[in-house]
Design a protein around this ligand. Structure first.
Ligand code: PLP
Length: 373
């Protein structure tokens, strides 16, 4: 059988693994940070009508510039208090495609991106797949970014692009805006703040949208996959200076965003309030998980997202397996001692905490008297 090593693969792709959150069957799927709440009925009805209408024009290419959709996205972002114009917004098939277009535009062959790992695993993969080199930025042991050390590293490496994930995945914590501005001022490349989870941030956590004015090298990336509960739609977007949007036109494929996607996204945005009504419930379940962990002898990292990185395990992969055996699928993100769980419905939290209680009790029993806890 032919294997990858038999193919004339680009050298920078050799030995790499594809993005691979396991899609294994489980009663409770708490591994990919989706919003578990069903879409509101009134949106489902409107979606049917909007897609039906768009289908009448499927013999034609879509609006290449997604003008109406970008207007709706700009209006949504402007609700936060920072005015964002349609010419500052660009949309694509998931924020993964947004990140890929940014990497194609500002990194590419012979150039460098830096990101503070552990962070979103696609940042290094997208950098490599678009021909660039990815450099691991340092974090403290508690997973926060030491601003002074980060600035020093950026000055030394002089990357072409810096990724800042805020709130960070897989650790959950938002990054202070002072860190973003310090990094921005430390070099002359592009700073991409990946805010896929921004809507779940704790009270008083500002978005990097507030920093855009006067900073044409700053980009904020967002998605409808998380808080909007529309991961299946594949709609990501960015806000930046209009010049950044113009630059991306050099790499985007013509008609990259189908008319059906544009129509469905617009229908969803017309129901923004109903869709985001689930955010508080998800945050409540996240905080329930965080509060219950110490009682099980476990710790967590402060979370501004719809997931919790929890730990204290000698053998995290064994705990991942034991939870799956009890019908609960969480994510082993490859950090020794830690696992990540998505905050879902109240029933999912109950199932997760019950399973975790059983698994930790088994671990304490196996450790013997005096060693547990
Ligand atoms: C930090 C971060 N950015 C971007 C994405 C990509 O999301 P999507 O392509 O669904 O918009 C994810 C998905 O999990 C993520 O965690």
């Amino acid at each position: 059988m032919t294997s990858l090593s038999d193919l004339p693969l680009r050298p920078e792709l050799r030995g790499r693994s594809p993005y691979g959150a396991p899609q294994v069957p489980a009663r409770h799927r708490l591994n990919t940070n989706e919003n578990p709440h069903p879409l509101p009925d009134e949106l489902l009805a409107d979606l049917g009508a909007a897609l039906g209408e768009a289908a009448l024009e499927l013999n034609r290419y879509p609006d290449r510039d997604a003008t109406a959709l970008r207007g709706d996205l700009a209006a949504y972002l402007s609700r936060s208090g920072t005015a964002v114009g349609a010419d500052q917004v660009w949309a694509a098939n998931g924020s993964n495609e947004i990140l890929q277009q940014l990497s194609q535009t500002f990194v590419g062959a012979g150039r460098t991106a830096l990101g503070f790992t552990p962070s979103y695993s696609m940042h290094p993969l997208i950098t490599a797949a678009t021909g660039g080199t990815f450099v691991d930025g340092h974090r403290r042991a508690d997973f926060t970014i030491d601003t002074a050390a980060a600035v020093d590293q950026v000055r030394e490496v002089r990357p072409d692009l810096v990724f800042v994930t805020s709130p960070n995945n897989p650790t959950g914590t938002a990054v202070a805006l002072e860190t973003v501005t310090a990094l921005h001022d430390a070099f002359d490349g592009v700073v991409v703040v990946d805010e896929a989870y921004a809507e779940f941030a704790r009270e008083g956590t500002p978005s990097a949208l507030t920093l855009l004015a006067g900073r044409p090298r700053l980009v904020v990336s967002r998605t409808m996959s998380k808080a909007f509960g529309m991961a299946g739609l594949r709609l990501g977007y960015l806000a930046a200076d209009p010049a950044v949007v113009d630059a991306l036109q050099l790499v985007r494929l013509p008609y990259h965003l189908s008319s059906l996607t544009q129509a469905a996204a617009r229908a969803a945005l017309a129901h923004t309030d109903a869709l985001l009504a689930t955010v508080d419930a998800v945050k409540h379940e996240r905080d329930r998980v965080v509060d219950a962990l110490p009682g099980l002898g476990l710790t967590s990292v402060p979370s501004d997202a719809n997931f919790v990185l929890f730990g204290g395990f000698a053998d995290a992969p064994a705990v991942w397996r034991a939870l799956l055996d009890r019908g609960v699928l969480v994510r082993d993100v490859g950090l020794p001692g830690w696992l990540r769980v998505t905050a879902g419905t109240a029933e999912e939290t109950d199932a997760f905490l019950t399973a975790l209680g059983e698994v930790t009790a088994d671990l304490r029993r196996a450790a013997g008297p005096g060693l547990g806890g």
